[in-house]
Design a protein around this ligand. Structure first.
Ligand code: FE2
Ligand code: FE2
Length: 179
């Protein structure tokens, strides 16, 4: 298996690419154009079903160990854990609005645009904090035993988009990412 720090960093880079794609669609809103709602839903769906289910819970375990090793990180870590919950809630909210659009429920465009922007800003800030403040410290402080404990608590999930087998619902998203 790849080095956990490299894997972790790579996942952040992939999430960043998905957020870029989401932003391109959110900008279409702003320009008064029709965004690709299906693509937006697929991005959020992936983040809800992969990142929220595997990436963040694994981080929760790793961060707890990190805070034990370096108590100076406790405040930063507790903020990040809270942010995981906020990301889940804001992602759910955005997905609900996009599902409404797909179901032809009348939805205010400004509300969807605002939900997308909040999600984007919040998520990007979260990833940037982890990359600059946490991942480098984890590379120094976490041992193979720590990573084994992380995997024992939350196994690595199969990635349905960036893994070997792209799940049918993500085929279009996967294609867009390769453009
Ligand atoms: Fe995180
Ligand atoms: Fe993360």
């Amino acid at each position: 298996m790849a080095d956990p720090i490299t894997e972790w960093h790579d996942e952040h880079a992939r999430f960043g690419r998905l957020l870029d794609l989401l932003e391109t669609q959110a900008m279409a809103f702003h320009a008064g154009e029709e965004p690709n709602y299906d693509l937006m839903r697929d991005v959020i769906h992936y983040l809800r079903h992969f990142a929220d289910r595997f990436h963040h819970p694994r981080e929760d375990v790793a961060f707890a160990r990190l805070a034990e090793r370096d108590p100076g990180l406790r405040l930063a870590v507790s903020r990040l854990l809270q942010e995981h919950r906020v990301i889940t809630v804001t992602g759910e909210e955005l997905l609900r609005r996009l599902d409404d659009i797909a179901a032809d429920v009348v939805v205010e465009r400004s509300a969807v645009e605002a939900a997308a922007v909040i999600f984007l800003v919040y998520y990007r800030h979260h990833l940037a904090t982890e990359e600059t403040e946490i991942v480098p410290r984890a590379a120094e402080l976490l041992t193979p035993d720590d990573w084994a404990a992380v995997t024992a608590a939350v196994p690595t999930g199969r990635d349905p988009l960036f893994g070997d087998d792209v799940e049918a619902r993500y085929e279009e998203l996967s294609r867009q990412l390769k453009l």
